[in-house]
Ligand binder design. Structure first.
Ligand code: G1P
Length: 320
């Protein structure tokens, strides 16, 4: 099994699970060329009023559209051209976000608001995006399996929903490069505290080079006694399509759901898999604190809002 970056064709599928805010992604048709990563918060959205996004009170749908856009950007920056988003009930707004918005564009154009106009169009022009609705939630492994026909015979990348990355080199690209170098599938990992490991999957690893390990086993949401290491998979994968046959027969695991981790366990035992201790910060935007951290950090990068926010935060900090 080889994953060649030059030939890498990757599928992106993103699923949103209404109950726990899970979004998952598979990336299609990745190519070698890395594009500059755009990290700045884009404040204008065709489907969300700006005030909703910035001031929303809980990690709901408004947040997820922007979080989704961040992942689409990351995929595009890894050279990925086709994206399949798996949506659920009530997710029409997500589709609108990546669609053209003729009335809004017309209004902005008439008002001479060129910057806002290009930002509205930007989301629609990011990539070729396809959608599939998920009717039942049987777990991440089941969701990934649903993308089988879209993915076909090619390696693909998975970007899990709530995990938003801020990195100099896009995390998906870091994985694609390691997958290519080792002719392997790749998972993105970072060390987490022992008390936190039961929120993730833990991997059994042996070092290959700085920040890259070979993977021989893993388990989903282990207790500290069961964990293989403090390295947890944090929502980024580059996989070969052999995973689909495995997922077809994987038995329900943790929480009675078809777990991707259980499928990956078999994959890493049958073929080569590397873990990349990726460079960059990961935000868990599935909870309000994580979302606020991401919002502030990305907004600090924003050319227009960043300098203002810096001053505002200093003023606030002085009052605390
Ligand atoms: C999922 C995966 C888990 C992974 C985690 C990363 O868990 O099942 O293996 O470590 O994402 O965020 P979930 O967040 O759906 O509980």
């Amino acid at each position: 099994m080889t994953v060649s970056v030059a030939e890498l064709k990757t599928h992106l599928r993103i699923q949103h699970d209404e109950e726990d805010g899970l979004l998952e992604s598979l990336l299609k048709q990745a190519q070698a060329a890395a594009m500059a990563q755009r990290q700045a918060m884009q404040p204008v959205s065709a489907s969300i009023r700006r005030v909703d996004f910035l001031l929303g009170g809980d990690p709901g749908l408004q947040y997820n559209n922007k979080a989704l856009e961040k992942r689409v950007e990351e995929a595009v920056a890894a050279g990925i051209e086709e994206i399949l988003i798996i949506t659920g009930r009530g997710k029409g707004i997500m589709e609108d976000h990546f669609d053209r918005a003729p009335e809004l564009e017309e209004r902005l154009s008439r008002a001479g608001k060129e910057r806002e106009l290009s930002e509205v169009r930007r989301a629609a022009d990011l990539a070729n995006i396809f959608y599939v609705r998920q009717k039942e939630t049987k777990g991440l492994g089941h969701a990934i399996w649903r993308a089988k026909r879209f993915v076909g015979d090619e390696p693909f990348a998975v970007l899990l929903g709530d995990d938003i990355m801020r990195a100099k080199k896009p995390v998906t690209l870091q994985l694609v490069e390691a997958a290519e170098k080792y002719g392997a599938s790749a998972v993105g990992v970072q060390r987490v505290a022992t008390e936190a490991i039961s929120r993730y999957s833990s991997v059994k690893i042996a070092p290959l080079e700085e920040r890259v390990f070979s993977v021989s086993d893993m388990n989903e949401k282990p207790s500290p006694e069961q964990m293989f290491s403090n390295y947890a998979i944090l929502g980024r994968y580059v996989l070969t399509p052999d995973i689909f046959d495995i997922l077809e027969r994987v038995k329900p695991g943790y929480g009675g759901e078809i777990q991707l981790t259980d499928g990956l366990r078999e994959l890493c035992q049958n073929s080569r898999m590397v873990a990349v201790d990726f460079e960059g910060r990961r935000y868990d935007t599935g909870n309000l604190n994580g979302f606020l951290e991401a919002t502030i950090d990305f907004a600090l990068d924003h050319p227009a809002a960043g300098p203002w926010l810096r001053g505002f935060l200093k003023e606030k900090a002085a009052q605390l």
